[in-house]
Structures are given as C-alpha cells and as structure tokens.
Design a protein around this ligand. Structure first.
Ligand code: ZN
Length: 462
C-alpha cells in the first residue's frame, strides 16, 4: 500500500517569508508531509505543479448561491462549480436564501439541500435580526459559521427575501449584538445607514432621478461611514466580535484603522469590484454595475489598496450576488428597479494576481487575502487557510505566468450575462483545485462529482 493518496510534486508555495519549493504529500484528505524528492512509489497519484504557484485552498467568506428558493439566479451546483474553477475550496454562503436562514431547522434543512450539490466545502451563515433573537443560540449550535445582519432595509418588494436579516435602528443592532456575543461567533455586518439612504432616495425620487448615477447619489460615502461608525462604537461597548463586509470607502477604512489601533475586535473585507471600478462604471454598464454599497471614487480605490497593504482590511471576498439578466434589465429606465449585486466567485484570484503583478498588492500577501485571513478570523485555521502537516488538503494550483482575458460565457455562474469583469485582462490560470485531497477541478478536464464538498462547522471562540 502506498503511503500517500496524492503527491503534489514541485509545489512552489508563498508565505510572508518568500517562496518554498517542495512536494505536498496527502493522505486521508489531510496534508501528511511536506518534503523534497518524495519517491513516486509512495503514492497512488501524482500532480506535477512544476512552474506553478500552490496556494492554500481559497476561501470566499461572502457568497450568495441562492439555494434554496432562488435557484433561477444560481444554485449550489453552479455556484460551487464557479468556486472550484476559480480555485476556491471553501465558501461561506449568506443566509438570504428563501426562506431566510433564521432558525436551526431552516439551517439544518439548507445543509441537506446544498451538500448534495457542493463542489466546494461550505460554511453557512445564520441571519440575525430583532425578529429571531431567540433562535441565535440554536443557529450557533447547528454549526453556523457566523451571523449576518444588514443595517439597511431592502426595498419593500424584496422584504420577504431578507426578512429576519436586517435591523433599522442602532437600538435593534445593539440587542442583536448582545445575543450574538453569547455564541462566541463573529457578527458580520453590512454597514450602510438605513435612515439616511431612505431620505436621500426620497429626495432623488421627488427630483425624478432614475439615471444610473442616482444609485451612487442615494448612497454616498458618508452613508457607509455613518453605519460603520455606529457598528464599531456599539461593538466596542458590548465587546463583541464584528466583521464588516464589503468595505468600499476611504472614510470607512479610516474608521476601521483607528478602531483597530484602539484594540477593537474588528475585521473587514473588500471585494474585487471595489478595487477595479469607480462610479463611472454606472454610466458605462447601467444596472449591471448596480451593487450595494455602490462603486466609489478613484481616491477610495487608492485607500482600499492602502488598507489591504497595511492589514487594516484583512481579506478580499467577492460578495458573489448573481441575478437574472431580465431582473437587471428592469433597471434600464429606472436604476432603482434593478436588484443590486454582481457575480464574482470565479474571477477573484486572477484579478488579485493581476494586481499583485502590477505591484498594487504584494504577491506574498495573496494567501492571507484569499484564505488565511478568513480562516483565522472565522476560527477554522489551521484546518483551513494553511499548507502544513495536519491541515485539510485543500489546495489551489495556479499558473501565475499565464495572462488571459475573462470571457463571461465561459464562466459557470447562471448569471454569466451580467458579469462586469467580462473582457478584463487578468493573470493566473487555475490548473487544479484540490478539495479534501481529491481533484475537484482540473483545467481542460472538468469537475469531480458534486457532493464532495464538506460542511464546515463554525467554531465559537472567546
Ligand atoms: Zn452580500
């Protein structure tokens, strides 16, 4: 019997100290050994990674795979295929499915529904609002990876889709934070100011504004900063652990930087669309460029890069949020009629590698930004986010030297017609995605059987 199930030979790995080359030897879904010149007779299967980068399997801590309930937009199979083709081995799926994941029984049902389809490991969020305070403990015990609360209400017609996941006042947020604190899990917060956005939206409606830029004008920078400020102040008072999702502005980055200097238990993410596009994209692509918070200004992009390079923002997620083309088209004449969100789970790594190649991010920070940062924050490190003996054998093998152009029609998402990154020149082609020691995706060959992705339980910590 060979000692290993798989050897990834000549793996070039990066960490904070530089590059290392070795063979990664895998058995029973775990990394067993990292060494040089392993004898081939020791294994039943070899992948040669010569000339490629091997990264800890990517984690995307923010996706909306829409399953169950909204599977015409995406389902767990199409979503996790996209993840796998993009080198992502673990996703954290948001609770805004239908029904919204507001209690333990819905949570357990969702695990059953999605695990059959999963081509990536998956953690699932519980929704948290003033309406389900008594369910929060049960969600934690069911294995929620973290909780999610929107500080901004959805448009009225989409309220059922979000019921149980949003608050509309600081008092409500305060109570939800207190309930989540008892679970020891991270509280993820979508920080935009509900009342100010409602006021600005009313003003724009009365002026008859429906053009794409009205979306930006309804949610200017200070509406993110206001909410980020409230969330930080409350979380420091309550001493709870928060994670601010999709940070988009210089103002919010500065608030996060000073809170972290004070020692606040706070982390944050941004997304490729905030790093690639400024608000002009709304004029160019109309409703397809509508997402919340909106695209910002060139100075915000600069500030986000700086925050990533200073570890003020700890990770890059995608907020993969697909919608059908017809739904986006509703915003052609009136931007307020289009749903917000854009797909991105498959295209994150080559965009980040392009930025690293251009010197805007450091190549040695790529593992931290794409897996290690999330694994550490959400309590699953070094099981995930690490290439070391004992860690799960989740690996992303990418040819960093290959430049290519994103073609939306080649992507796995059901919402490929809405992809904003179509036509973008990027760097780094994913050749293999290794999931729990098995090849989940191989370029030019295809995908493993659905269902090999495993449920990742949240681990409360204090
Ligand atoms: Zn989201």
């Amino acid at each position: 019997m060979p000692a290993y199930d798989l050897i990834v030979r000549n793996s070039k790995m990066i960490d904070g100290t530089g590059f290392h080359e070795a063979d990664i030897c895998i058995s029973d879904g775990k990394i067993a050994k990292i060494q040089r010149n392993t004898l081939e007779s020791n294994t039943s299967h070899v992948v040669d990674a010569k000339g490629m980068l091997v990264l800890p399997g990517l984690i995307d801590p923010h996706v909306h795979f829409r399953d169950p309930g909204l599977t015409y937009k995406e389902d767990f199979l199409s979503g996790s295929k996209g993840a796998s083709a993009g080198g992502v081995t673990t996703v954290f799926d948001m609770p805004t499915t239908q029904p919204v994941v507001t209690n333990a029984s819905m949570f357990q049902e969702k695990v059953q529904i999605v695990k059959e389809k999963a081509l990536a490991n998956f953690g699932l969020f519980g929704a948290a609002s003033i309406d389900n305070l008594n369910e929060i403990e049960g969600l934690a015990q069911s294995g929620a990876i973290a909780f999610k609360t929107y500080m901004v209400a959805p448009p009225k017609e989409r309220t059922p889709e979000y019921a149980g996941s949003f608050v509309t006042s600081s008092g409500q947020l305060y109570r939800v934070m207190q309930a989540i604190k008892r679970t020891g899990l991270i509280h993820c917060i979508h920080a935009e100011s509900d009342s100010t956005i409602a006021c600005l939206t009313d003003e724009l409606h009365s002026e008859g504004r429906k053009d794409p830029m009205a979306h930006y004008d309804s949610r200017p920078n200070f509406t993110e900063a206001e909410a980020v400020f409230d969330a930080i102040i409350l979380s420091e008072a309550i001493r709870t652990k928060i994670h601010l999702v999709h940070i988009s502005t210089a103002e919010a980055s500065e608030l996060i930087a000073s809170a972290r200097e004070r020692g606040a238990n706070l982390s944050a993410e941004t997304c490729p669309h905030y790093l690639c596009f400024s608000k002009e994209i709304l004029n160019e692509r109309g409703p397809y460029a509508k997402y919340n918070p909106p695209a910002r200004n060139p100075r915000d992009l600069e500030s986000l890069y700086s925050a990533l390079n200073r570890n003020i923002i700890n990770m890059i997620s995608t907020d993969h949020a697909p919608h059908a083309k017809e739904e986006k088209e509703r915003g052609r004449e009136d931007i307020f009629k289009a749903p917000p969100g854009t797909p991105g789970v498959e295209t994150r790594l080559p965009i980040i590698l392009k930025m690293a190649h251009e010197g805007r991010l450091r190549l040695q920070d790529v593992p931290k930004l794409t897996s290690e940062g999330a694994a550490k924050r959400f309590g699953i490190y070094p099981q995930k986010g690490s290439i070391a003996p004992g860690s799960d054998a989740d690996l992303t093998i990418v040819d960093y030297n290959e430049e290519w152009i994103i073609k939306a029609a080649d992507l796995q998402t059901k919402a490929w017609e809405t992809v904003l990154f179509d036509g973008m020149r990027v760097r780094g082609k994913v050749k293999y995605t290794i999931l729990n020691g098995e090849t989940a995706y191989e370029q030019g060959v295809g995908f493993a059987r659905p269902g090999i992705g495993q449920f990742v339980r949240g681990k409360p910590s204090n």
